[in-house]
Design a protein around this ligand. Structure first.
Ligand code: SAH
Length: 243
C-alpha cells in the first residue's frame, strides 16, 4: 500500500489536499487514478485509509475513510549528529528514520568542515523513509546549531549516549544493558570525521545524563557509527526488544 505523510488532521470524512509532488508521485510514478486507496499518517492521528479524488483537473485530494492503526508513539530517541559531507548526512538521515529516531539535530563542532546542510532535502528524505518503513510519524530535522549551544540548553532528563572513539569509554552493549529499558528520553551523539576536540569531549562528558560508549576498537565513519549506535540502542533498550 502507498503511504503518504501529510500535515493535515486525519479523521473520518476529512478531505486532505495533496501537494503537487505527491499528486505527481501517485499518478505518474505509481499510476494511480481516482478511486484508488492510499494510507495517510501525520505523526499524531495514526494511520488512515483514504480514497483518491481529483476534484479539478490535476488537483488531487484524499477522502479519509477509516483508521487502520491507532497512534502509538515510537521511542523518544534523538540523533545529534555533526554536520558531515552532504551524501553521508543524507544517508544518516534516511537510516535514522528507518531505525526509529524521532528527531535529528545537526550540530556544528570545532572540527566540522561542512558548514551547511540542505534542510529541505534532508526533510524530504526523512519523510520518504518514514513512508516506506511503516512508522506513524516522520523524524523532524532541526536547523543546525552549535554543539555548545545544544549542550547548554540540554534537557536534564534526556540521557545522552555519547559515541566516543577515544578508547576509554565502556563497550556500548554492556553499558546500555545496565540502563533500565528506555523509559527516559534518550539521544545518541556522533561526531564529525575529525572527531571531537578535547574541550568538546569534556563538555559532553560533564552532562549529568551522559553515557560515554565505545563502538569497538575500529574507528568508524560517522554514517556507520550512527547506524551502529542507533541499532544497538534499539536492540538493547529500545523497541527491538520483545514487548
Ligand atoms: N576522531 C577520529 C574520527 C571520528 S569518527 C579520527 O579523526 O581519527 C566520527 C564519529 O563517529 C566519532 O566522533 C564518534 O562519535 C563516532 N565513532 C567512530 N568510531 C567510534 C568508535 N569506535 N567508538 C565510538 N564512537 C565512534
Amino acid at each position: 500500500v502507498i503511504r503518504l505523510f501529510v500535515d493535515h488532521e486525519l479523521s473520518v470524512g476529512a478531505t486532505v489536499p495533496l501537494r503537487r509532488d505527491q499528486a505527481h508521485y501517485l499518478t505518474n510514478v505509481m499510476r494511480q487514478s481516482e478511486g484508488a486507496s492510499v494510507h495517510l499518517f501525520n505523526g499524531r492521528d495514526g494511520e488512515w485509509r483514504a480514497t483518491l479524488v481529483e476534484p479539478r483537473k490535476k488537483v488531487w485530494a484524499a477522502m479519509v475513510e477509516d483508521c487502520v492503526r491507532p497512534w502509538t508513539p515510537g521511542p523518544d530517541l534523538d540523533l545529534v549528529i555533526a554536520v558531515v559531507k552532504r551524501g553521508r548526512l543524507e544517508t544518516i538521515v534516511e537510516k535514522a528514520a528507518e531505525l526509529g529516531a524521532r528527531r535529528v539535530i545537526p550540530v556544528l563542532t570545532e572540527r566540522t568542515n561542512a558548514q551547511r546542510a540542505n534542510l529541505e532535502r534532508l526533510r524530504a528524505i526523512a519523510i520518504e523513509a518514514a513512508e516506506q518503513t511503516g512508522r506513524l510519524d516522520a523524524p523532524s530535522i532541526d536547523d543546525p546549531a552549535r554543539l555548545g549551544d545544544v549542550l547548554r540548553h540540554w534537557d536534564a532528563d534526556r540521557r545522552l549516549m555519547f559515541c566516543d572513539e577515544a578508547g576509554d569509554a565502556l563497550p556500548v552493549a554492556e553499558s546500555l544493558a545496565r540502563e533500565a529499558p528506555a523509559s527516559a528520553p534518550w539521544a545518541v551523539l556522533i561526531g564529525p570525521e575529525g572527531g571531537f576536540s578535547p574541550a568538546e569531549r569534556s563538555a559532553v562528558r560533564a552532562l549529568p545524563g551522559a553515557l560515554p560508549v565505545s563502538l569497538g576498537p575500529r574507528i568508524l565513519r560517522a554514517d556507520t557509527a550512527a547506524i551502529a549506535a542507533l541499532t544497538l540502542w534499539q536492540s538493547v533498550i529500545g523497541d527491538w526488544r520483545a514487548p
